[in-house]
Design a protein around this ligand. Structure first.
Ligand code: B12
Length: 212
């Protein structure tokens, strides 16, 4: 049954059909498919295909927007179904998408999974400048600052944060994590970030490790 749901999810995203995406998300959850699995095996393969088609000129911005809206509607529902963790807080996490970048679907999934694992999270949203991450991390008394970047051009925002932290003498104060489709372990190392995670589950695992 889950194979059918995953296929319907891919189809909904490819068609940019928000109603079908929502219906499929509800159906999948109703059938007891684990939320993270539903996102990873159903919806992400769909949006990745859309991204590839857009990248190779087989699909254009209006279609990309429809698919993104369908993806957002489905992930909103699934994120809500991920229960917030209880018990003692594991750590405090400030997260956002870097300046100039409005991609936030993946970052929001990371937020849900961090919360589910007992982290207290301040989500700064998207298009967040490096100095704002630092200001908010101070106010929130954060342990970790996480940045998401989906464009090769906006990845520079992740480097800027590292540079500003160093300049302010705060590099030892916070751990930093980077993510987003074009981001790699190599990039993390190059700019001096403490960790890179390629998906939300890995982000949670590494965040726990950084604070252990
Ligand atoms: C959906 C989408 C959009 C939507 C975004 C809607 C939204 N609210 O997010 C819209 C339509 C707005 C959009 C706009 C644009 N987009 Co766009 N978009 C995508 C697409 C298809 C999917 C992104 C996505 O949501 N993936 C699904 C999520 C779940 O995956 P994810 O983001 O990678 O997140 C996971 C991990 O990376 C990780 N993670 C994410 N963040 C973090 C943070 C931390 C701290 C950690 C540890 C981990 C982590 O965990 C997540 C969960 O597993 C990608 C293609 C792709 N495959 O990435 C193109 C893509 C990123 N877009 C692209 C482009 C070019 C654009 C535009 C410039 C198009 C235009 N001409 O206007 C604009 C840019 C706008 C801007 N200034 O930001 C290009 C970028 C090319 C490049 N080399 O930089 C891509 C790669 C498409 C392509 N193949 O050409 N886009």
């Amino acid at each position: 049954m889950s194979t059918e749901i995953f296929a319907a999810a891919v189809d909904a995203i490819l068609k940019g059909d928000a109603d079908q995406a929502v219906e499929t998300a509800r159906k999948g959850l109703g059938e007891g498919i684990e939320p993270v699995r539903l996102i990873n095996e159903g919806f992400i393969p769909g949006i990745n295909q859309v991204g590839d088609m857009f990248g190779s000129g087989k699909l254009f911005l209006p279609e990309l927007i429809l698919s993104a809206t369908a993806m957002q509607s489905a992930t909103d529902i699934i994120n809500e179904a991920i229960p917030e963790g209880e018990g003692q807080a594991r750590g405090r996490f400030v997260i956002g998408t870097v300046e100039g970048d409005v991609h936030d679907i993946g970052k929001t999934i990371v937020v849900s999974l961090l919360k589910a694992n007992g982290f207290e999270v301040m989500d700064l949203g998207r298009d967040v400048a490096a100095d704002r991450f630092i200001e908010e991390a101070d106010k929130f008394n954060a342990d970790i600052i996480g940045t998401s970047a989906l464009l090769t051009t906006t990845m520079e925002g992740q480097r800027r944060l590292e540079d500003e932290l160093k300049k302010a003498g705060l590099k030892e104060r916070y751990k930093t994590m980077v993510g987003g489709a074009p981001v790699t372990q190599r990039w993390a190392k190059r700019i001096g970030a403490d960790a890179f995670a390629e998906n939300a589950s890995e982000a949670v695992r590494l965040a726990k490790e950084l604070l252990a």
